[in-house]
Design a protein around this ligand. Sequence first.
Ligand code: ADP
Length: 231
Amino acid sequence: MGPFITFEGIEGSGKSTQIRLASQHLEERGIRPLVTGEPGGTSLGVKIRELLLNRGPVEIGAESELLLFAAARSQHVQALILPALREGRWVLCDRFSDATIAYQGFGRGLDVAFVRNVNTFAGGGLVPRLTILVDLPVETGLGRALDRAARQSGPAEDRFEHEEMAFHRRVRSGYIEMARREPDRFRVVDGDRSIQEIHREVCMHLDALLPIAGDSCPSGTSAATKNPSPS
Ligand code: ADP
């Protein structure tokens, strides 16, 4: 199985930007990762994404929201993620189960233990090998997300940008709590820095998963070398 790596964080934390750069970094090292994200990744996921993120007047309760995300995830894991991992490919995924715990559990107030059970069912028990949590103050993230929406042409996706600040603060602290509970899986990177600075740190964490880690991080940052070349 290839390594399954997820990127998490609040809106506008820079996950998509960092995934794009991380994918380029891996490609420079001869690895062609599958880059995907949630909700989405499959035709069913795209339809569910439209429902969830462009809901307009459609009312979706917290429980229905949880189940829609779960339905999208189940299809995503079975049809796309697992087959790629089984082929030995690296998979980089923009949000996964932790987002459901952060948003529907901590944010919406659904029972976190129940959300975990739904996640286990929907994700077929798949747990990321590494989760990069891009952390930053909610004001900064939302400011960026709103700027991004203003620049987009056509109907912009209304993600969770219009939820109250307190909602986003609960989501952020939920993520931080999860990272504290699973320090082996999570790497928390400070997202309130330049894109390149964050990227250098992300590279370090990715390189630590390579069997033979090199020093190809930009600007000479040396990679974490867990398994140096035996030769
Ligand atoms: P996310 O996927 O986490 O919602 P994006 O990667 O789409 O976030 O970034 C949101 C917006 O902020 C984009 O317009 C992006 O260009 C910008 N951005 C991303 N990272 C940074 C950064 N470190 N500093 C300033 N702006 C950033």
